[in-house]
Ligand binder design. Structure first.
Ligand code: UTP
Length: 334
């Protein structure tokens, strides 16, 4: 079955019907690197590699394998757009054909203090911040890129984050499976290691596909096992999504729910003085890319091996840090 699916997917990719989006608009606060996350350098067995470079490596391998030049779209935010473009320019796009790289900037939302008031930035303007990776649908459409996909006959778009350095985002098997199942959205999962692992998992809620975050999953459901002793809610969302172009068309004006996060943010006080608070003081509103899934009846999910495809870089040290990701990368490439 795998061979059959692979063939279906490869056929589409070879005909140039496939594009890739990297979401790189996040602030990467947990990693604490001073530039955009993609500009972070890792010491690997293949030498020093910037995260962006690793993504380019994956794209180049696919291009060579399928004899194509895959269009690569990079989502940035106002805060990091300039720096991201400059970095890739300076590094000559790590050898990727510049003609095939496009940037688009996600939207922003105002920050709100605990009294529900907007706050002001240094320049006296309303302070805003990136609207979460769910801003992708609106931003992509706003920049006229859906039309571009259509003109270039691109039917399938793979979206993944900047921070998973093993992301296998040119995957003919997933594409073949999605086409065979006649779905328009797909994703990949890995097995949850234990009921307490702090990850979002796929589920169906009210009959619709959904990603449920660990904080929202009741403990008894997190523990629930099926007849094979596998966790019922054990398919971890690794932040990689495949879409038919029609989904981007459908969602161009979609309003997704906002999730509020309590964060620290500097502001101008009533005396015009800029204050850097020591404690969280504002709510930041973010839409999540996967909150669009319940609008569809079904989605395809392909379970893959964690060690092959999931090496996230979220934290400076400990779990999901550069150290753990480099280890996984080296294991894979050695
Ligand atoms: P995360 O949820 O890990 O957020 O993003 P982050 O901003 O990178 O990191 P922290 O939470 O501040 O430490 C998951 C993916 O979604 C992208 C990120 O760049 C990453 O690839 N993202 C997130 C955006 O593109 N825009 C956003 O507004 C938020």
């Amino acid at each position: 079955e795998k061979n059959e699916l692979q063939k279906i997917g490869e056929d589409k990719i070879k005909k140039g019907h496939y594009a890739v989006i990297t979401m790189a608009g996040g602030q990467g606060t947990r990693l604490g690197h001073s530039g955009p996350k993609g500009t972070y350098a890792l010491e690997t067995i293949n030498g020093k590699k910037y995260i962006f470079e690793i993504i380019v490596d994956t794209l180049k391998q696919a291009n060579a394998k399928y004899g194509v030049s895959i269009p690569w779209y990079i989502m940035t935010s106002r805060e990091n757009n300039k720096e991201t473009i400059e970095f890739l320019e300076q590094n000559n796009y790590f050898g990727y054909n510049k003609e095939n790289v496009k940037f688009f900037v996600q939207g922003e939302l105002p920050l709100i203090d605990i009294k529900g008031k907007i706050i002001l930035d240094k320049n006296g303007k309303i302070k805003e911040a990136a609207d979460g990776n769910g801003g992708i649908y609106e931003a992509f459409a706003r920049e006229g890129l859906i039309k571009e996909l259509k003109n270039n006959k691109i039917d399938w778009i793979f979206v993944s984050g900047i921070d998973n350095i093993l992301s296998n985002f040119v995957d003919p098997v997933l594409l073949g499976l999605t086409i065979k199942e006649e779905n328009v959205i797909a994703s990949k999962s890995v097995v949850k290691t234990n009921p307490k692992e702090k990850v979002g998992v796929f589920c169906k809620m009210n009959g619709k596909p959904k990603v449920i975050e660990y904080i929202d999953l009741p403990e008894e459901m997190a523990e629930e096992r099926d007849e094979n002793n596998e966790l019922v809610y054990g398919n971890v969302n690794i932040g990689t999504y495949l879409y038919n172009r029609s989904v981007f068309e459908d969602l161009a004006d979609a309003k997704l729910p906002y999730h509020a996060a309590f964060k620290k943010s500097g502001y101008l006080d009533l005396n015009g003085e800029f204050i850097e608070p020591e404690e969280p003081n504002v709510y930041k509103f973010e839409a999540f890319i996967f909150d669009a899934f319940p609008r569809y009846n079904e989605m395809t999910i392909l379970r893959v091996k964690r060690q092959d495809e999931f090496a996230p870089i979220k934290n400076r040290t400990g779990n999901d840090s550069p150290e753990t990701a480099i280890k996984l990368y080296n294991e894979k490439y050695k």
